[in-house]
Design a protein around this ligand. Structure first.
Ligand code: HEM
Length: 236
């Protein structure tokens, strides 16, 4: 669907209203998404879902992009951060359409008759436009990462080479690739996603950890902090 001037004006004019309802739309979005594609529970952070955290982040970003749709350079940093996150999780182009359909349905469900056909059609076109942008950016990032010396595509198996008890609740892990091949260098602030199947947990868990320690070694080092109250781990 094409994003013409009329749709563009509708999107810009209705973005604040949709943004105002982003918490309710976000909640409905995840209900619908996990009913429609249950296996996505392996990809989204279920601990955040259970705690009702971050439920509006995705929806809010779509509206922020919609509001700035004719000057997306205003939200470049947001777009860049989201694309990095998606790439770290292995999000694929073919996952965008279902997310878009569910998002539009959530808007309909929450706004009811206020979501006129014109508004829905305009947001559908805006979603497709934004999704295309993310897909292109993410494909570039996948290619860059895979093309680097020691880089790879998708998930790669690592083994724990060393475990260092830094403090009573922080442990560092040095991780070496199982295949013994080189690993890519990284810049300060870069992170990795760890994917773990945990006994008695129904879903796979994916978490991001900042890389610490010097780059250019044959291992990656991450610090993991135990959260006593919640009995889970978080990034340090
Ligand atoms: C235009 C469409 C999309 C937008 C605007 C969007 C936006 C966002 C935002 C704002 C975040 C949070 C980033 C952060 O924590 O820094 C996020 C995270 C995430 N997105 Fe997207 N997203 C889109 C499409 C998708 C699609 C198609 C998938 C595939 C299933 C997806 C899966 C995820 C996952 C798994 C996370 C991590 C959050 C969690 O674990 O709960 N997103 N996205």
């Amino acid at each position: 669907m094409h994003l013409d001037n009329e749709k563009l004006s509708i999107v810009k004019a209705s973005a604040p209203v949709l943004k105002e309802h982003s918490t309710a739309i976000g909640k409905r979005f995840y209900e619908l998404l996990f009913t429609r594609v249950p296996e996505l529970r392996n990809v989204f952070n279920q601990t955040n879902q259970e705690r009702g955290l971050q439920q509006e982040a995705l929806v809010y970003a779509v509206y922020a992009a919609g509001e700035n749709i004719d000057r997306l350079e205003n939200v470049e940093q947001l777009v860049e951060r989201i694309a990095e996150k998606h790439v770290s999780l292995g999000i694929k182009p073919e996952q965008y359409p279902v997310v878009g359909e569910v998002l539009i349905q959530a808007v309909r469900d929450v706004l009811g008759s206020a979501a006129t056909d014109d508004i829905i059609a305009a947001w559908q076109a805006a979603y497709d436009y934004i999704a295309d942008l993310f897909i292109k950016l993410e494909q570039e990032k996948y290619q860059d990462t895979a093309g680097k010396t020691g880089g790879w595509h998708g998930f790669r198996e690592f083994i724990v080479d060393e475990k260092i008890q830094e403090t009573s609740d922080v442990v560092s892990f040095c991780l070496k690739p199982k295949d013994g091949a080189p690993i890519a260098d990284y810049k300060a602030g870069q992170y990795v996603t760890l994917k773990a199947d945990i006994a008695n947990e129904p879903y796979t868990h994916m978490r991001q950890y900042s890389l610490s320690g010097p780059s250019g070694k044959d291992y990656y080092k991450i610090g993991v902090k135990r959260e006593k109250v919640m009995n889970s781990i978080r990034m340090v």
